[in-house]
Design a protein around this ligand. Structure first.
Ligand code: SAH
Length: 354
């Protein structure tokens, strides 16, 4: 049986036409699926009985099962979802005190990029998620919200390289941003990429004003190729050019993420070269202190080093934010929870969902 959300809106309209149904039902059914997660087709009260029966015959809305659910004191919740073929993906709900509710979603099972400090790629790529699975992460997270909460933002910063699974991601985001879908503005969606330059250009040409975040992590090719192995094939020059193109096409300022690894890329000379690289660009640098991962040799930078790194950039006129860690106690960094699972560690401290 097909996942309902694997269909694009136009494919669903074609299905409706083939079954002698009017196209406007697409919006109605989409609205039910997106806004009332958990309601089966049979209970969609304003949809004719005959159509409800056809929908339940041909489609399913849920294909994944929550196998672990962790909550941390700062309000962060993390789900480990099991796919129909017994793979595992992670997604996270982040809460802040301004009322923002952000879904952090994965696009792949595992990752092929192999960034040396990241848990997601340690065992390579297993497969792309389908559009339906990507969208279902949003629905599963939405179910965790209280009656006064609303999903306000999406960050595509979970497992996987989003631009390596772009068509499916765009299809899922189309449902997320449509009025009859989740109605989240494209401006509140951030796609984080390792820096696939062709993919960045494709995204720029797509036309939607998503926010782009590029994972830079080093100010020169020699160091970046050591931390982010795919850099050997692309190079910083091509990435920055593609990011500039993105800014030209969309008018949206690009964010550069920079994971600070103690002694590796957090030295004053790295800050100075980064400032030089980004000088004159309309850019924001997001400094991310490394979130430790068991078995990896990297360390979190000292607080003072993070502050000094930020002030070097600021004094060169580069805007900076420092990402505060959320969900520390629940292995919220990408790929960590799945790895725990794959390593068959006893999940006794998990709050199993009923
Ligand atoms: N493939 C995409 C999405 C990855 S996750 C990308 O590379 O951007 C989003 C961000 O989290 C990336 O910048 C990634 O480098 C960073 N990240 C991964 N593991 C981390 C860790 N252990 N500590 C801090 N940041 C990490």
């Amino acid at each position: 049986m097909k996942h309902f959300l694997d269909l694009s809106v136009s494919e669903f309209k074609e299905w409706l036409i083939r079954h002698g149904q009017p196209c406007f039902r697409a919006g109605q059914v989409g609205h039910w699926v997106c806004r009332s997660p958990g309601v089966p087709f049979e209970q969609m009260s304003d949809i004719p009985k005959e159509l409800r029966t056809l929908l339940s015959r041909d489609f399913r809305i849920w294909s994944m099962e929550t196998v672990a659910h962790r909550t941390s004191a700062d309000g962060t919740e993390k789900l480990l979802l099991k796919t129909a073929d017994d793979e595992h993906v992670e997604c996270v709900l982040l809460r802040d005190d301004k009322g923002n509710r952000t879904a952090c979603i994965s696009t792949q099972v595992g990752c092929a990029m192999g960034c040396v400090f990241c848990a997601s790629g340690l065992d390579g790529l297993v497969r792309n998620l389908t559009a339906g699975e990507i969208f279902e992460e949003l629905l599963q997270l939405r179910r965790l919200l209280g009656p006064d909460e609303r999903l306000s933002h999406i960050v595509v910063m979970g497992m996987g390289e989003p631009l390596a699974n772009l068509p499916r991601l765009l299809q899922a985001l189309n449902w997320a941003t449509r009025k009859d879908g989740l109605n989240i503005s494209a401006r509140r969606v951030t796609i984080s990429t390792v820096g696939a330059s062709a993919g960045i250009r494709r995204l720029a040409d797509h036309g939607a004003a998503y926010h782009l975040a590029v994972s830079l992590h080093a100010p020169n090719d020699e160091l970046r190729s050591r931390i982010v192995p795919t850099n050997r094939k692309v190079g910083l020059g091509a990435i920055l050019e593609a990011a500039d193109y993105y800014f030209e096409k969309t008018g949206r300022r690009v964010t550069y993420e920079y994971v600070l690894l103690a002694e590796v890329n957090d030295r004053p000379e790295h800050a100075a070269s980064l400032a030089e690289l980004l000088r004159g660009r309309n850019a924001l640098v997001n400094l991310i202190p490394f979130n430790p991962i068991q078995g990896l040799p990297y360390r979190t930078p000292r607080r003072q080093d993070v502050r000094d790194f930020a002030s070097t950039l600021e004094s060169a006129g580069v805007q900076v934010t420092i990402r505060h860690r959320k969900g520390d106690t629940i292995d919220a960094a990408c790929g960590q929870l799945r790895r725990v699972r794959e390593q068959a560690v006893v999940l006794s401290d998990f709050q199993q969902e009923a």
